[in-house]
Design a protein around this ligand. Sequence first.
Ligand SMILES: Cc1cc2nc3c(=O)[nH]c(=O)nc-3n(C[C@H](O)[C@H](O)[C@H](O)COP(=O)(O)OP(=O)(O)OC[C@H]3O[C@@H](n4cnc5c(N)ncnc54)[C@H](O)[C@@H]3O)c2cc1C
Length: 180
Amino acid sequence: MHYYQPLWTLVGAGIKDLPSTARDMSSVMPKGVDWIKDYCTEVDPKNNSIRLAGAAGSIKYEYLIVAAGLNIDWDKIEGLTEALETPGVCSNYSPRTVQKTFSAIENLKNGNAIFTFPNSPVKCPGAPQKIMYLTDAHLRKVRTVLEFLYGNKQYIVFNRTEGDQMSPFTTTQHCRSYSV
Ligand SMILES: Cc1cc2nc3c(=O)[nH]c(=O)nc-3n(C[C@H](O)[C@H](O)[C@H](O)COP(=O)(O)OP(=O)(O)OC[C@H]3O[C@@H](n4cnc5c(N)ncnc54)[C@H](O)[C@@H]3O)c2cc1C
């Protein structure tokens, strides 16, 4: 199964449903590509080959592009796996947990809504902000806006490298325009 993960933010916000983000993997495979349903266990750059777990053994390559993605390791945070099974704890980063987000948003009645950006590599740096703005948009329709807090270790909205010509648009400026 292939998931178009950026849409999970909209699933979390109750705008899309999870099945609409999924496609059969074979239907998204580009024409002219041989899809080998196997697992790479070793790269041997000296011999331009990769080793596979299954019967195919090794395959030679001319150019190799490694795009193994990120594995989310919930267990690295003590208690998180168990917490995700309880009401009110959700994550837009997995098809197993994203469907809990909207009910959590709907159950926000009062108090502070805290959104955070982790101090670690993350699949989509915009995703924590996007769900915050969508939550704000939803709550404005149904009740008085709550207090929104966005915890970001960086001063800027997205990563910038030295010499980058982007305007110095800060998290503070950006969030103010959204009453955050
Ligand atoms: C909530 C959310 C919102 C997002 N929003 C955006 C957005 O707005 N814009 C944006 O650009 N991005 C966004 N992203 C990020 C984007 O979806 C991911 O960066 C992208 O899906 C990663 O694609 P990938 O192919 O690199 O990795 P993956 O989709 O993780 O694919 C990696 C593949 O490699 C396979 N694999 C791993 N190890 C091996 C191995 N040893 N042998 C064989 N196969 C292996 C895995 O099985 C998997 O199929 C978002 C992500 C999330 C979760």
